[in-house]
Every structure is written in structure tokens, then in C-alpha cells.
Design a protein. Structure first.
Length: 106
């Protein structure tokens, strides 16, 4: 299970990456590697993913922002719930329709 980092920690790590890129004129990968080692061995891949997502969220790069991604996730869950409810209602209506067609004995 991946370790969860606090939003404050992520923001500070991303600030360090951007400071390193600006001060040393290095690539994002080099900055992520250096900052990852300085912060106790965080994978540079993880830091690069955070950094790329931050640039998308700021509108500096194309892609799906965090808010849009959360909205899509929410809508997919809601869609699944509605499909389940429709299936239940469809089966219930078929059951009750069959009950009406059966002859009753009195």
C-alpha cells in the first residue's frame, strides 16, 4: 500500500522542486531525484507525478485537473448506482407484472 503524504508535505516538496529548477536551471527529473533523496528517499517518479499534476492544475500543461478527475470519479459512482437501481426496478416491475397475469384461486 502506498504511503500517504500530507498536502503540506507535498506542497513543500513541489516548492523545493521548482526552486531547484529555477536556481540550477536543471531538468524536472534531476530536480525530482535530488529533492527525493533530500526528503528521505521518496521516489523521483512519485515527485515527478505530483509535479506534473500541479502544472496541469495550474493550467500550464494540458490534461485532466484534480478537480475534474474527482468530478469524473463521482459521476461514475453515481452512474453505477443509478444503473443498479434501474436494474432492481426493472426486475421488480417484471415480478409484479407476472403476479398480475397469474390466475387467482378463491
Amino acid at each position: 500500500m502506498p504511503e500517504k503524504y500530507s498536502p503540506v508535505f507535498k506542497a513543500r516538496a513541489l516548492d523545493l522542486i521548482e526552486e531547484r529548477i529555477a536556481s540550477e536551471q536543471c531538468s524536472g527529473w534531476v530536480a525530482c531525484t535530488a529533492v527525493g533523496e533530500a526528503l528521505g528517499g521518496i521516489s523521483p517518479h512519485t515527485l515527478r507525478n505530483w509535479w506534473k499534476q500541479r502544472t496541469i492544475d495550474r493550467g500550464e500543461a494540458p490534461g485532466l485537473s484534480t478537480d475534474e478527475s474527482e468530478e469524473m470519479r463521482r459521476l461514475r459512482r453515481e452512474n453505477l448506482e443509478l444503473r443498479r437501481a434501474n436494474e432492481i426496478l426493472r426486475k421488480a416491475s417484471a415480478f409484479f407484472a407476472a403476479e398480475l397475469d397469474r390466475p387467482t384461486t378463491r
